[in-house]
Design a protein around this ligand. Structure first.
Ligand SMILES: Nc1nc2c(c(=O)[nH]1)N[C@H]1C(S)=C(S)[C@@H](COP(=O)(O)O)O[C@H]1N2
Ligand SMILES: [Mo]
Length: 324
């Protein structure tokens, strides 16, 4: 079973390499397409039309990320169109070009997030109420997928620490466990066994409290599109993209290291920590470089995805090869 699931993942890898080329190729192919057979091939391989901007503006972005704080990169932002049409969100599709179409119309109102476990003040937050409570900021972060591509995304969100402070973790709390919505009626791919549902993730408490760690509710100043994890998703910029769990409904403070979806799927390939690390290869491919979406060539991958100055001290004394 594990091997079978791992194979699905491996076919995804090929997909990322060919995405942009394929689009260009299909554009060319469409010009010479005269037969019905080619038409079929076209519909089979080409991605659905890109989702256009129709997002709702976020009203209460109270402050931009503080200047010179190292919180936002000044690298070129990845276009909205790419951020919202090249997605990993297995609840909707394992095809990165197909998520946007299948997630369209995903109903995110009302939405509740339960913050529970080892806390003095557990609470089920109504999302609208939570957003009003929290200081919403823009944070321009690099996102680096374990598959070897990256983007620069202008998120809107608030530090997870602000929320955790509200519920007062007890002294027994050492980890934070996150859970995505489980509702196969709304997330159709949850009817398949491609992953164990619901998608789960976890952080050590100090990682969760780090000021770079945010819960995002928007991007490009607009409400988060469904395909990017609406209405609220985690963003941990120094870790591989899969740690940044989407459409979160539960946040639980616990003592033991919680299970995480990709570690359950393929424990030899995906560890709990999953810090971006160019020196520790994935068993099936190098992690030394990456392709920034929109670029032709590849660039070197930076330690902790370029956030070493801010986060390296969280891991002093740890062997990052064993704790991969
Ligand atoms: N619930 C859930 N969260 C998820 C995923 C997923 O399949 N399901 N994919 C992860 C992976 S592998 C990546 S790279 C990022 C992609 O985020 P983006 O589509 O907004 O770029 O989301 C992560 N969060
Ligand atoms: Mo990913």
């Amino acid at each position: 079973m594990l091997i079978k699931k791992a194979e699905i993942k491996s076919s995804e890898i090929t997909d990322k390499e060919t995405y942009l080329n394929r689009r260009n190729f299909m554009r060319g192919a469409a010009l010479v397409a005269t037969t019905a057979a080619t038409g079929l091939l076209y519909r089979g391989l080409n991605s659905p039309p890109p989702v256009t901007r129709e997002g709702e503006k976020i009203a209460n972005i109270v402050r931009p990320a503080p200047d010179g704080s190292g919180f936002s990169t000044d690298e070129a932002k990845t276009p909205f169109k790419s951020i919202t049409n090249y997605n990993n969100f297995y609840e909707f599709s394992t095809d990165k070009g197909g998520v946007a179409g299948r997630a369209q119309g995903f109903v995110t109102k009302p939405w509740q997030v339960s913050v529970e476990g080892l806390v003095n003040k557990p609470k089920v937050y109504d999302l609208d109420e939570l957003i009003k409570l929290m200081p919403q900021e823009e944070r321009i972060y690099r996102l680096r997928c374990v598959e070897g591509w990256s983007m620069v995304i202008p998120w809107v969100g608030f530090p997870l620490a602000e929320l955790l402070k509200q519920v007062e973790p007890t002294t027994q709390a050492r980890y934070v466990a996150f859970e995505t919505l489980y509702d196969p009626k709304r997330m159709p791919n949850q009817r398949t066994g491609v992953l164990d549902w619901p998608y789960v993730e976890g952080l050590r408490l100090d990682e969760a409290m780090h000021p770079l760690t945010i819960l995002a509710t928007g991007l490009y100043g607009e409400v988060l599109p469904p395909q990017d994890g609406a209405p609220i998703r985690l963003v941990v910029p120094w870790k591989y993209g899969f740690k940044s769990i989407k459409s979160v409904v539960k946040i639980k403070l616990v003592t033991e290291q919680p299970p995480t979806t990709w570690n359950i799927q393929a424990p030899d390939e995906y560890g709990f920590y999953s810090n971006v690390n160019p020196n520790v290869d994935h068993p099936r491919w190098s992690q030394a470089d990456e392709r920034r979406i929109g670029d032709l060539g590849r660039r070197p991958t930076l330690m902790f995805n370029g956030y070493a100055e801010q986060v390296a001290q969280l891991y002093t004394g740890m062997d990052l090869r064993t704790n991969f």
